[in-house]
Design a binder for this molecule. Structure first.
Ligand SMILES: [Fe+2]
Ligand SMILES: [Fe+2]
Length: 170
């Protein structure tokens, strides 16, 4: 069964959102790198490539379902950060918006009876739970660090080892 036009449009929107996420994380990586936070920068770069893989997963799925891909423009990310805590708080807000978007997509696919989409969307819902939990944990640790530069350096080193699933697990 081919996907409906409206569902195809929603999947195309999601592809745009995943590429936007990659772009957002890339901007965050550059910001961290320019502040000598190499570990955070590395983590953000890994996130960026994971988001690209998410976009490709949606893209491949639409094509497999004989749907049409209409790539949309990707806006420049905001880029204004006051601290590394601010970066991670914005990352969390971003992930929460992505979770909501995938939830709406799930709702739409269910309403239309497009059950073939549900396993993929279910996988993404689980992925979002993990991503939000990882980012929330880092935000909590950054709050504990506060203005302590030595603690921040230690956390940066830890981030360089990148916690959470490796990018190729997506
Ligand atoms: Fe994603
Ligand atoms: Fe994400």
């Amino acid at each position: 069964m081919t996907m409906s036009q409206t569902l195809q449009a929603a999947f195309n929107d999601q592809i745009q959102l995943e590429f936007s996420s990659a772009y957002t994380y890339l901007g965050m990586a550059a910001w961290c790198e320019s502040r000598d936070l190499a570990g955070f920068a590395r983590w953000m770069r890994a996130q960026a490539s994971e988001e690209t893989q998410h976009a490709m997963k949606f893209l491949d799925f639409v094509l497999e379902r004989d749907g049409t891909i209409t790539l949309q423009p990707i806006e420049a990310p905001s880029g204004g950060f006051s601290s590394v805590l601010d970066v991670l708080e914005q990352a969390l807000g971003h992930e929460q918006r992505v979770t909501a978007a995938i939830g709406r997509l799930y709702g739409q696919a269910s309403e239309e009876g497009d059950y073939s989409s549900l396993p993929l969307l279910q996988w993404f819902m689980g992925e979002q739970v993990e991503e939000e939990a990882t980012v929330r944990q880092i935000v909590a640790e950054l709050r504990m660090v506060g203005d302590d530069t030595s603690a921040l350096l230690l956390l940066d080193r830890d981030m360089g080892g990148r916690r959470g699933p490796p990018p190729d697990a997506a």
